[in-house]
Ligand binder design. Structure first.
Ligand code: FEO
Length: 166
């Protein structure tokens, strides 16, 4: 994959945090005893915090990266379908709803819920990891092309501060 100078690389630091979160829930998925309600609700609470963080990540990207890139490309009359389709599905909302539903125990068949949770988490992971790769490999080069170096350096600071990663 292409490498860009750290000070203008807007995705690597937040994505390394997001990948850590993915690793954590995957590992918990294999160690959690879903028959134990304390373990189960501990896992779901972590998952809730994780998906809130993913959602915050997406909102920061929309505000500081995607919207600005879209405006820049529009101003130059450049069309790029990748920019238009990014973050448009509501998978994060669905995941948050499912996790919140799970915390509200007694309202569902536990075994069925756990099966569904595993499946949805796997599907989510299968989309999210390539999604981040796409941002790094397609969006970062677009930013390099259409934004100035200093502009990107500032943009990266905004992105990190809003993630509370700086
Ligand atoms: Fe960086 Fe859109 O996830």
């Amino acid at each position: 994959p292409p490498r860009f100078p750290d000070e203008v690389d807007v995705f690597s630091v937040p994505h390394s945090r997001m990948r850590d979160l993915v690793r954590m829930y995957k590992s918990q998925l294999s160690t959690t005893d879903f028959n134990n309600s304390v373990n189960m609700s501990g896992f779901l609470s972590t998952l809730l915090a994780t998906f809130k963080e993913f959602q915050q990540h997406e909102q920061i990207e929309n505000r500081f990266i995607m919207d600005r890139l879209k405006r820049r490309l529009n101003a130059l009359s450049v069309y790029n379908s990748a920019v238009c389709n990014c973050h448009q599905d509501n998978r994060l909302t669905e995941m948050l709803e499912m996790v919140r539903g799970g915390l509200d125990s007694g309202r569902h068949d536990q075994d069925e819920f756990v099966r569904q949770l595993r499946r949805k988490l796997d599907e989510f992971t299968d989309n999210f990891l390539p999604h981040m790769k796409e941002e790094e490999e397609i969006f970062q080069p677009l930013l390099m092309k259409y934004f100035g170096y200093d502009e990107l350096r500032e943009l990266k600071q905004d992105v990190l501060q809003n993630h509370q990663l700086s």
